[in-house]
Design a protein around this ligand. Sequence first.
Ligand code: GLN
Length: 588
Amino acid sequence: MAKSEDLLASVSDVSTDTEYFSPIPEGYKKGKARYVVVMGTVMSGLGKGIFSSCLAKLMQDKGLKVAPIKLEGYLNIDSGTLNPFRHGEVFVLDDGMECDMDLGTYERMLDQNLTRANFTTSGQIYRSVLDKERHGDYLGRDVQMIPHVTGEVKLKLRHLAMETDADIVFVELGGTVGDLENAFYIEAMRELAYEEGPGSCCFVGLTYILEPKTLGEQKSKAAQLGIKQIMQMGVQPDIIACRAESPVSNQVRQKISVFSNVPLERVFSMHDSASVYMIPSMLRDCGLDFEVLRLLKIEERINLRYERRAWAKWCDFIDKIGAEAHEVTVGITGKYTSVRDSYASIIKALEHSGIALGCRINIEWIETTQVADENVAARLSGIDAIIVPGGFGTRGTEGKIACIKYARENDVPYLGLCFGFQMAVIEFARNVCGLKGAGSGELDPQCPERVIDILPEQKKIEGLGGNMRLGGRDVELKRGTLAWKLFAKADIVRMRFRHRYEVDPRYIERLEAGGLVFSGKAPNQPIMQILEIGSHPFFMGTQSHPCFTSRPLRPHPMFVGLVAAAMQKRYPNEDLRNCIEATRKVCI
Ligand code: GLN
């Protein structure tokens, strides 16, 4: 959260004698930034973040500065304590913010690092208002939803606009219109549009067109009711994006257009697509980018030369999708195997590498509670590479360790992410270094050889929420190692972290003596960040989450390395050096 003191310091005039309470940050230039507000109706989970990020990408490609922000309705201060099984993965930003997975969608689509200024929750908004109240900033006024809470929302957006010098701020409202908890956000947006003046805001209603199997035709009533709800709150949508399984018929678009006062050319069919990376061209083909520019009256700010180049690069990328000449199967062990959203970034990172290498990636989920040394070979047959992703708690850990042992002994490419790094250390300690009782303090505090234990700096922190080693950190690479080569021989790279436990430094020497190479370390601290085994085709673990920084046009080197090794295993008789070499160029 932006420090409330900072916000307070920059709030000009809080007056008592006027109803116009709208704190404007000092130096804010009205008209510089325009706002695109994306709201959902009918149901959530339709891809507001995807729509918004794709539109933002088209604007960014035209040389405009864009700043997305997600406004969440829940009261949690951040997403750190949310269960990924219910809410999807917790995405971590470079500045350590634990936020909604949609921020990952924006970072990937825009190839831009975001900060805590790009995410807020109702909890943050209320906390800020209550802090100000205790601080006496409301000068004796009763503190109300309108104007104070809505004022806080507008303040946040204007701050973001100023800090990022944005041409367009993309505001995504979580949930759907009609949720009680989101009502003040919509009211704040209505006020914002009024205050900023005509042409300052573009409202997008994302809705859903039902196509019941029994009827065999598209029905627009639910969409109409949803749009009506937006209008009842005093907001006239400028664009309607219709999510649907198949392309939305003209008749349905016409109905929605008449009903919602939105011209037909701005009622857009956003039907299911094989890849999210196709959606920018879907929007572009029907001219939605220029519709938005015209609505916001900023056509003169764009740079078409820049766009031509950016778009050509993007088209080269999407042309490769579906044209893969190879395929591999990657096994991912995971507790939350029933909800793909819990591993969204890993799936994306694999996809990026696969597209770059011309290799289709099939993912097989491995429920490790049923895996042990006796059946692991059978369970992993047909799998070309294994990932043990991040995780917490004991469930299925012995099964994960069995998978890692199998990968290590049978030359199966392996990538351990955070928890998967820690489990690889335990496996190595037990089966190579002879420390039979090796384990983790997280899983068994009484364990005799806690090769993985709590970070000294974490011991002091109490309570849940924001208490891990979080965010981007520098990692020092050891020259000559595989990690160093993958990262194009860089000495320092930046990676993102979210953990509480680490390799106990007292065991480092013994592990290294056994043949484990710690190829990445925290500079000036004995925190091990990357491990590898020299004699194995690809055995790598990292205490970080490289999936958070993989981007479509810049796949993460560790994932590229894993997929390349999987290809080599699957196609032993083919010389794949060329395609791997070509991929190296697109990596960081
Ligand atoms: N549970 C482990 C820790 O806290 C790993 C965390 C993770 O995988 N994100 O260190």
